[in-house]
Design a protein around this ligand. Structure first.
Ligand SMILES: *Cc1c(COP(=O)(O)O)cnc(C)c1O
Length: 375
């Protein structure tokens, strides 16, 4: 069907835009020999994995279910990191994954032999204690008191037996200058042990497919670790894979007034784009402007009971009316993986826009999807 005919609310992933990102990532891999894997927590629309598989080296998981999804649907190299693994899940995780990355020496101690005897790699997440981001403290794994990664103070060089690589993840939507700064800290703190490792994983948060991203500097960073220490380099971006590759199509249900114009949409910030409230950020909206920029400004909100369920204030050339369709941009990532049915809200359908422009609804959700998670 045509884009204009899709039922709303609906997430639409655009194959052509996804492939544009994949080609950029593949270019980095081809020029440097680094391996790039998809961090599924940002984007797990597995019907696109056959396309992603042609470009990337595999998947990264946050735990058992993502590990299983990567194993079943991508079927390439599969890595997992968790702050702590459950005993009753470990055999299955080891079965699905190639690299199992631990967050402490006590976890390494507990599981190392099982991982190694299965022929899989043991990694250790290190914390270089180098904060390169300001503002979003909930997205800063190097914040004071962070539970992520072994700090130099807690590092035991005598317990490195069986550990073949280090992993760090410190960035969030950042450019390669911050990666270079982080690598300085990694070398300063953990440099003495890098040469005895086989691989290093730079984690995610690299906004490689963003217009202003400095790719040559990223490639310098990769070569620096390859040449100086003989390491195989992995990156596991989530955002960069599907950045700006999807939409959320919605319909205006009603308009009202309370000191300003308000429009109620058939989508909810809280349920369908939770990062708008959590990050927080203002999603791009096609054919709109900043408040006051165009003639008619509206606060766009969802149908839930949450007073703060507002997507933001946007302006339009014409007054909004019931039935108007609005299209939010950059809605492939951290959207469908995080949505909820709070207030009994229906989940948006998920559609794929093919390279020929034709849209296919891949999944429609209904009352049963709400009910089945309750009892
Ligand atoms: C979140 C996360 C990623 C992906 O981050 P993006 O910001 O989506 O690129 C990769 N690795 C780890 C360990 C993460 O926690």
């Amino acid at each position: 069907m045509r884009f204009e005919e899709l039922p709303t609310p609906c997430y639409v992933v655009d194959e052509e835009l996804l492939e544009k990102n994949l080609k950029i990532l593949r270019g980095v891999m081809d020029r440097t020999g680094a391996k790039i894997i998809l961090a599924q927590k940002a984007f797990s629309m597995y019907s696109t994995y056959p396309l992603i598989r042609q470009y990337l080296s595999g998947t990264a998981a946050s735990g058992l279910y993502e590990a299983r999804l990567g194993y079943e649907e991508m079927g390439k190299e599969n890595h997992v990191f968790s702050p702590a693994y459950r005993e009753d899940e470990m055999d299955e995780i080891i079965h699905y994954c190639d690299h199992i990355i631990f967050n402490s020496f006590s976890q390494v101690e507990k599981y190392r032999d099982r991982v190694l005897s299965a022929g899989k790699k043991v990694g250790l997440r290190i914390n270089p204690e180098c904060s390169t981001q300001v503002g979003h403290e909930i997205y800063n794994p190097c914040a004071v008191g962070s539970r992520f990664g072994v700090t130099l103070e807690q590092f035991h060089p005598e317990d490195l037996e069986g550990i073949s690589g280090f992993h760090f993840h410190t960035l969030c939507q950042q450019n390669s200058d911050d990666l270079a700064t982080t690598l300085d800290a990694v070398e300063e703190k953990f440099g003495p042990w890098l040469a005895q490792m086989e691989w290093i994983n730079f984690g995610g948060g690299h906004h490689i497919t963003r217009e202003d991203y400095d790719i040559p500097l990223l490639e310098d960073c990769i070569r620096r670790m390859q040449e100086k220490y003989g390491l195989e380099v992995y990156l596991e971006p989530g955002e960069a894979v599907a950045l700006n590759a999807g939409y959320l199509v919605t319909t205006v249900l009603d308009t009202l007034q309370n000191g300003m114009d308000i429009a109620i949409l058939d989508t909810s910030a809280s349920c369908h784009m939770p990062d708008v409230l959590e990050m927080p950020y203002r999603p791009p909206l096609f054919d709109s402007g900043e408040p006051g920029e165009k003639a008619y400004t509206y606060r766009l909100g969802g149908p839930t009971c949450l007073s703060g369920d507002n997507i933001g204030d946007y302006s339009f050339d014409q007054p909004l009316k019931s039935g108007d369709r609005l299209v939010f941009g950059d809605m492939a990532i951290y959207s469908m993986v995080k949505n909820t049915t709070f207030n009994g809200m229906a989940l948006p359908s998920i559609a794929l826009k093919g390279k020929d422009g034709d849209c296919r609804i891949m999944h429609k959700f209904g009352y049963e999807d709400f009910k089945m998670r309750l009892t």
